[in-house]
Design a protein around this ligand. Structure first.
Ligand code: SF4
Length: 380
């Protein structure tokens, strides 16, 4: 028996006993000779211990106020130069219209991220939150990654904690998980050497958690990284979670090469997607949720992922640009009925949640009205 297979037997014993896995375990889980189905079954055990048969979704929309960006991350197909005809900056009227559309469709969340515009001041970014929270107070604003917060720190000459407290006053509800890519400098320096490094990423999430803001975390895989970098990435996330407990959900993000500077790299296979998801479920024992982001995985793989460690399939989604600019062929959105049906087809029970994992109970006579029910966040 190979070393990796031998190791896998001890990993199975550890997981069944509720023990924590280490770096060598993580590396063994990425060894090709360890069958994916075995890893998936183990991840499913953890997933069902935490969440039973439930699979979560939400009703959400995306808002990317600008695609103009000072940086040129090699994996990014979304960004635009300042004078490129592709570049845009949304007006307050366009932002209100987007909020109204979200409200009319029963959205509980807006996911707001974008480029770092060469000319827009900090007040413009803050003003977007203030405007939306005043006009649509029932919609949770999950906004700005550490890359943007680091940029605001530079623009406003204020500390990360001061910026976050100020954005919270303006309506910020939580932080998305983006900008993490791969933390290890051997990879990060090759794909996005200029933007916020791993220290900044963790500084922002730690400060957010200390202010009582929940956040998500991600990992962009399938480009220049090796298994070692992925496991290292997961262990760094687990360490902060031990300290703060502020992460809700881990979302593995597959690299999509189209229209990026890395077009020679092939998009990861569905098997690689499932392995990354399952390994994350096994390594991140203290992060409550693992999400199969259907926009990026494709609907069929996201469905299978619900048996490979994922307990959340993201939301109905509207106006997703970042993955579609990079060649994603998934639809722009799913209806609520369709997302429930997709979950039910896998044998799981769909539960609508809000951004911070409370159950949502809709008024049967008016879909736009809802009550927030019981907390669904599984114990660590
Ligand atoms: S990933 Fe973000 S920071 Fe990097 S170029 Fe794209 S928009 Fe800019």
């Amino acid at each position: 028996m190979s070393q990796a297979l031998d190791r896998f037997r001890s990993i199975r014993d550890k997981v069944e006993a509720g023990e924590r896995l280490d770096m060598d375990d993580g590396l063994a889980l990425y060894a090709p000779e360890v069958p994916l189905q075995e890893i998936g079954a183990l991840a499913n055990l953890v997933r069902e211990r935490k969440h039973g048969n439930v699979a979560y979704f939400n009703i959400n929309t995306h808002l990317n106020p600008t695609n103009v960006c000072i940086y040129r991350c090699r994996f990014c197909a979304f960004r635009s130069d300042l004078r490129d005809p592709k570049g845009y900056v949304m007006s307050p009227e366009q932002i209100t219209a987007r909020g109204q559309e979200a409200f009319d469709n029963g959205c509980t969340e807006m996911h707001i991220v974008g480029g770092l515009h060469h000319k827009m001041p900090y007040e413009w970014y803050r003003g977007i939150l203030e405007q939306l929270s005043e006009e649509f107070p029932t919609i949770h604003l999950k906004a700005w990654t550490p890359v943007e917060i680091g940029w605001f720190e530079f623009l406003a000459k204020r500390s990360v904690s001061e910026i976050l407290a100020d954005l919270k006053d303006a309506g910020l509800g939580s932080l998305p998980g983006g900008g993490a890519e791969i933390f290890h400098s051997e990879v990060r320096d090759q794909i996005c050497e200029h933007k916020a490094d791993s220290h900044k990423w963790f500084e922002v999430h730690r400060a957010a958690h200390q202010l009582g803001l929940k956040s998500n975390c991600t990992m962009l895989y399938g480009h220049l990284e090796q298994a070692y970098h992925r496991v290292d990435h997961l262990l760094r996330l687990r360490e902060l979670q031990d300290e703060t407990g502020g992460f809700q959900t881990f979302i593995p993000l597959a690299f999509h090469p189209e229209n990026t500077q890395l077009t020679e790299i092939k998009k990861p296979s569905a098997l690689a997607d499932l392995r990354n998801l399952a390994v994350a479920r096994l390594m991140l024992d203290n992060v409550p949720h693992v999400k199969a982001y259907w926009i990026m995985l494709g609907i069929e793989t996201a469905q299978v992922a619900l048996q490979y460690g994922a307990d959340d399939i993201d939301g109905t989604v509207r106006h997703e640009l970042i993955y579609h600019d990079a060649g994603a062929t998934t639809p722009q959105m799913l209806s609520v009925d369709r997302i429930k049906e997709l979950i039910e087809e896998t044998g799981r029970d769909p539960v609508e949640r809000d951004t911070v994992y409370n159950a949502i109970h809709r008024d049967p006579n008016d879909f736009r009205r809802w009550e927030t029910g019981e907390a669904l966040l599984a114990a660590n």
